[in-house]
Design a protein around this ligand. Structure first.
Ligand code: ADP
Length: 462
């Protein structure tokens, strides 16, 4: 028996493109929507995509406004909101926020607080993966507090190694170390960056894998114990350990490899009793062996390409799962694992307001002209992509996500190049010229890119 807890009002505790993505999904489900915005976002587009919008965090900073747990909960209660969707970033992985929502009788659209807690700490997540029988990269089983412990690990496993923040995300708090004499400084830098970014300076070490591909598996679980995967994404094209271009499905996996990686992801998430949308990330070595790295217990930036190849609306599924629907309910439409089919290829490019000619320094200011692409197989998810928008320095520099779908990878790549060229954005610099170079590179077209692709190809910056 499924017990449905219908949502009539949903608040999105986020901004930018993901807020709009969620507001659209909720509206399509017939749910009344509420947006929140900071003072700095008074003219931001996401507030106009909701049925109601409220200023929050008065007297707080532009980022702090979206992190104001009690302020957001008080507003939600006053408005009699049934559910809060946190998007990604900000409060999306905050176990305390999820718990506070539940305490107040508001549904948190995401996994259970204990899953946010467990997967929010990469050291704990690694232990869970080991217990579920997944291969992990050799690493320290505990956080590293002393240089001696790091040196001992290095003696045993050799260099290169990577210092990682336990609370890490977005590629921050990570340092690759190739020589013993750099270890102490790397520990210090990673700790201080982690402390600054996450308020937690805990770090651990892993062996640094050379030339891996980043392959991640999309998972969806309902509250009734049903859990499926929606295949994988290849997110190897990264700058500073941050994804720039993503592909679904991965081009170079054999069918048995794909099966093994998706099965491993399912094994971990089944054992955890995971509910909602989540992603299990792996690194795949050049010899084909794969290793778990982390779980992202939320909707991800690159979810669009999985939607394009499977036809499943992941954000609507999140909302329906939180209401108690089963995956096989016609509203979600996933009858079984076997009923999920892949069709064609999808590529996503993250267009950012960063200057590729100047070390990708974020650019700000007023967008003077904005003409976007369109056409068959092109999907755009944008936050403030319009003429007159003012790009502020406080927030993520993501301007618009372009997702291209076609039956073959080659035509998806051609479609992406055509779309990038169709864009005209004046007033702020964007990384579009750089993205154009990526999607027409022979290595990209041949599916050869690993995580060192961007660093290894300075010609992409021309
Ligand atoms: P974050 O949570 O900050 O995104 P991840 O653990 O997901 O961090 O790693 C991000 C990227 O960093 C990976 O996709 C990969 O490119 C690189 N990376 C992380 N761990 C390793 C490792 N042990 N060896 C090689 N590269 C790694």
């Amino acid at each position: 028996m499924q017990e449905i807890r219908p949502f009539s009002k949903l608040l999105v505790a986020n901004r930018g493109e993901i807020a709009i993505r969620v507001l659209r999904a909720a509206t399509e489900l017939g749910i009344h929507t509420v947006a929140i915005y900071s003072k700095e976002d008074s003219l931001a587009l996401h507030r106009y995509k909701a049925d109601e919008a409220y200023l929050i965090g008065e007297g707080k900073g532009p980022v702090e406004a979206y992190l104001d747990i009690e302020g957001i909960i008080a507003l939600a209660k006053r408005l009699e909101v049934d559910a809060i969707h946190p998007g990604y970033g900000f409060l999306a992985e905050n176990a305390r926020f999820a718990a506070r929502c539940e305490e107040e009788g508001i549904a948190f659209i995401g996994p259970r607080p204990q899953h946010l807690e467990a997967f929010g700490d990469k050291v704990t997540a690694r232990q869970m993966a080991v217990e579920a029988g997944l291969p992990v990269i050799p690493g320290t089983p505990e956080p590293v507090r002393q240089l001696q412990d790091a040196l001992r690990f290095a003696r045993e496993h050799g260099f290169p190694l990577i210092v990682k923040a336990a609370a890490g995300g977005g590629g921050r708090g990570m340092r690759v170390v190739r020589h013993k004499e750099d270890l102490e400084e790397a520990l210090r830098m990673a700790r201080s960056e982690a402390e600054k970014s996450f308020g937690d300076g805990t770090v651990y070490l892993e062996k640094f894998l050379e030339h891996p591909k980043h392959i991640e598996v999309q998972i969806l679980g309902d509250r009734h114990g049903n859990l499926v995967h929606l295949f994988e994404r290849d997110c190897s094209i990264q700058r500073r350990h941050q994804k720039v271009v993503e592909i679904a499905p991965a081009l170079t996996l054999t069918e048995p490899q794909r099966q093994a990686i998706c099965d491993a992801a399912l094994r971990l998430m089944r054992r955890a009793g995971y509910v909602g949308a989540g992603t299990v990330e792996f690194l795949v070595a050049p010899d084909g062996s794969f290793y778990f790295i982390e779980v992202n217990p939320r909707i991800q930036v690159e979810h669009t390409i999985t939607e394009l190849i499977t036809g499943v609306d992941l954000v609507q599924a999140q909302i329906l799962i939180a209401q108690g629907y089963r995956l096989d309910d016609p509203a979600i439409g996933i009858r079984s694992q076997e009923s999920i089919h892949r069709r064609g290829y999808a590529i996503q490019c993250r267009v950012t307001t960063e200057d590729p000619d100047n070390h990708f320094v974020p650019d700000t200011g007023k967008i003077l002209a904005y003409r976007s692409a369109a056409g068959f197989g092109i999907r755009l998810d944008s936050g403030n992509g319009y003429a007159g928008a003012v790009i502020q320095p406080y927030y993520d520099s993501l301007l618009v996500k372009i997702s291209a779908w076609a039956l073959t990878f080659e035509s998806a790549a051609h479609k992406m190049l055509r779309s990038l060229r169709e864009f005209r954005i004046r007033g702020v610099k964007t990384n579009i010229p750089f993205l154009e170079n990526v999607v027409q590179h022979p290595d990209f077209l041949a599916g050869r890119c690993d995580t060192s692709f961007i660093d290894g190809h300075p010609e992409l910056f021309r």
